[in-house]
Design a protein around this ligand. Sequence first.
Ligand SMILES: C[S@@+](CC[C@H](N)C(=O)[O-])C[C@H]1O[C@@H](n2cnc3c(N)ncnc32)[C@H](O)[C@@H]1O
Length: 252
Amino acid sequence: MWRPKAVFINILTLFPEFFASPLSQSILKRALAAGIIRVELTDLRQFAPGRHQVVDDRPFGGGPGMVLKIEPLAAAILSARERHPGIWVALLSPQGRLFKQPVALELARRDKILLVCGHYEGFDDRVQHFIDEEISLGDYILTGGEIPALAILDAVARLLPGTLGDEDSAAEDSFKDNLLKGPQYTRPREFMGYVAPEVLFSGDHRRIAQWRRREALRRTWSRRPDLLHNAELTDADRTYVRLLETREETDS
Ligand SMILES: C[S@@+](CC[C@H](N)C(=O)[O-])C[C@H]1O[C@@H](n2cnc3c(N)ncnc32)[C@H](O)[C@@H]1O
């Protein structure tokens, strides 16, 4: 019998409650219920010794803010490695490799992942010795790793068979094959004078598929031309992109 592959995601955080609402709704809720993703939330504080369970301290050499201490971080990561042998440890940091769709695919192929959320001014840098990689959500600074962890969890879950109702949805998403998805429309056919493209009502599946492919190429070419360098293009695709380029040259 076909069984969906399950991915286990352990999130190390100071704020486990942060995840309650997103995990209890919509597609993530379904994926959890179906066992397609399994999530374990680990409170970093439980690895801090003493009555006050202190997890942060002032930076050596002075400077603003607080730094997450190495002892609880290392203890929590080593405990996860012991409880879940083979777990892939990713630290969330604005200095890591950028989280893009290929990274989501890579993670979706792993069985067990630990996402380590930072807070305050970040981590004591010696955490480097205990992790496998650093992942950044983008070139901006968030207050903590929880939002990046959720984004990663969501993007990975979406790629696992069984999460989405319609299996084609993920296969047709933007960034699949390095192309943006083209425009989509639903009822009504006309709204305030804006009409959905005629071809979509033609019933001619070949024409519709060709239109969609060209729209995806056009959109990618105009909004994210950088993606086209790595896209797998057919001869017909290349001819169409050349046509777009020629049209632009003539217009300008
Ligand atoms: C305020 S940030 C610390 C930023 C750090 N002082 C720096 O300049 O690199 C606190 C934590 O939020 C998380 N974080 C913030 N922005 C992020 C991003 N773009 N991607 C991934 N994690 C991020 C990280 O876990 C980070 O340790």
